[in-house]
Ligand binder design. Sequence first.
Ligand code: KE4
Length: 434
Amino acid sequence: MTDIFNYTQSEEVFSAAQKLMPGGVSSPVRAFKSVGGKPVVFDRVKGPFAWDIDGNRYIDYIGSWGPAICGHAHPEVTTALQEAIEKGTSFGAPCVLENKLAEMVIDAVPSVEMVRFVNSGTEACMAVLRLMRAFTGRDKVIKFDGCYHGHADMFLVKAGSGVATLGLPDSPGVPRSTTANTLTAPYNDLEAVKKLFSENPDAISGVILEPIVGNAGFITPEPGFLEGLRELTTENGSLLVFDEVMTGFRISYGGAQEKFGVTPDLTTLGKVIGGGLPVGAYGGKKEIMSMVAPSGPVYQAGTLSGNPLAMTAGIKTLELLKQEGTYEKLDAITSKLIEGIILSAENNGVVINGGNVSAMFGFFLCEGPVRNFSEAKTNNAELFGKLHREMLQRGIYLAPSPYEAGFTSLAHSEEEIDKTIEAFDQSFNSIKNY
Ligand code: KE4
């Protein structure tokens, strides 16, 4: 299929960007490396849409990688920000808005009795690991192949997201000594976790995981997996940590832990709670969180943490999400979308498996089910790249990697979903003989 869009200005700006910033981007996955072609340069976003600087409009299923769950530039969020900015952009001092967002997070998320705000999911995961180690007095941590907990050294071991997208053997610059205490197991494999505990008695501070994986593609926990981890960590005096940076307030208002009824000891959050501004958070039992400075000895700090603008965007976003019917609507449109994607692939003879949980979805171009990262890597990444390009040219903006998840928003209507399914049908038809 020939390009139906004109990408002239995107190409100019992106080629200049590549001289200024590594890969021309501020985050690797945006460079479209694994899907080929050049990324489009955004000009503006609104609702379910994004426009590039050549004026092409896309139905956006990335939503800034999760934050835009109410739709881009929601009028109530932008109005609240316009009012807040009149009072300044950052205080570096206590502010009542932090209390407000903290209360909302504590009220919503079952495991959180006390919370600390930071500026990104990476910061939240870094801090939570330090806290786990301090509370238990143990150094080792278990993570799962393909899960991504930000780019802190200790987690760049068999990580997902951009690390997997670029096929990096983790990352140079990370000393062996730093990752020596990071143990890994296949997702959904309780036996492998049991084995790690028996091989490392009284040495494992805890287990951290994405309760629904969105960084190795979309992988859901098998029945009993989360419950099994809860039992195993408790039995071994270790902590269970849910990294809900992606799933928090997206899977349900209380996150995956509310949806699945498994309460961890600590939780990390990000994306949605900042409403598009930089916010991360970690929280959990008061007994554990009280160890964080200055109430305790575990040091963690941040110049812009809890700033009034970011707090304002987060507060307004959660207020919108708390409204009646939010998650029923998100689940309905996302289920319709993924069912349409799968049907259009099958109608064109393309092998696919996928699903959704509320407003998070994904699919792999391979036989299913995909239960872990190794099985995810059997997907036909080359065909995915062709599909991605075909869809982009039909005005549908998908994550530029098979190792990411897709996101819908309250702004995606039946019309956008129907148009998207039609574009998938045309694109699968176009690539089926590839
Ligand atoms: P940030 O530092 O990017 O705010 O959060 C890191 C992080 C931690 N935990 C989970 C479960 C995450 O999904 C993330 C970040 N997600 C990626 C998307 N897969 C961010 C996009 C990017 O890296 O550009």
